[in-house]
Design a protein around this ligand. Structure first.
Ligand code: CMP
Length: 139
């Protein structure tokens, strides 16, 4: 089925000026960008976005990293977009990411891992609504 998923190009990638290289991977995989903006998250907003991880040991580092520089937030659309995006991103830890994936090619560490993508239909819906209103999404 056609799905939408929320994608974030993280501060390590914007800092290295490789958003285009990442977008090329996404588009080549068949995903269409139906909404996109470059923003700077406050620590408060980053913490809210990742609230599901608030009890994890990596939470504070994750939040300060995500607020450390600009991010590009996107809505991606396509056939099985959630799973397809996760496939093209590769494993969370770049050391475990399959060759050719975004994280294998570009990520610096498990924290500075270049991209985020929603993990399920319900979280995709919530994460898209966290950043975009309906009129900002043009399919
Ligand atoms: P992301 O998909 O954005 O979701 C949460 C992020 O926490 C994850 O990518 C990683 O960048 C970061 N993180 C740091 N340590 C871990 C860990 N041990 N397990 C999962 N995520 C981690």
């Amino acid at each position: 089925a056609t799905e939408r998923t929320l994608s974030i190009i993280k501060p390590d990638a914007t800092a290295r000026n490789i958003t285009g290289k990442i977008i090329d991977k996404l588009e080549t995989a068949g995903l269409r960008i139906v909404a996109q903006k470059r923003i700077k998250l406050s620590e408060e907003r980053a913490g809210e976005f990742y609230a599901v991880h608030k009890d994890r040991p990596f939470y504070n580092d994750l939040v300060s990293f995500m607020a450390s520089g600009p991010v590009v937030v996107q809505v991606l659309e396509g056939e099985n977009a959630i799973a397809k995006n996760r496939e093209v991103m590769g494993a969370t830890n770049p050391k475990e990411a399959a060759p050719g994936t975004i994280r294998a090619e570009f990520a610096e560490s498990i924290d500075a891992n270049s991209v985020h993508g929603s993990d399920a239909p319900e979280t995709a819906k919530e994460e898209i609504a966290f950043f975009f209103s309906d009129d900002e999404i043009v399919g």
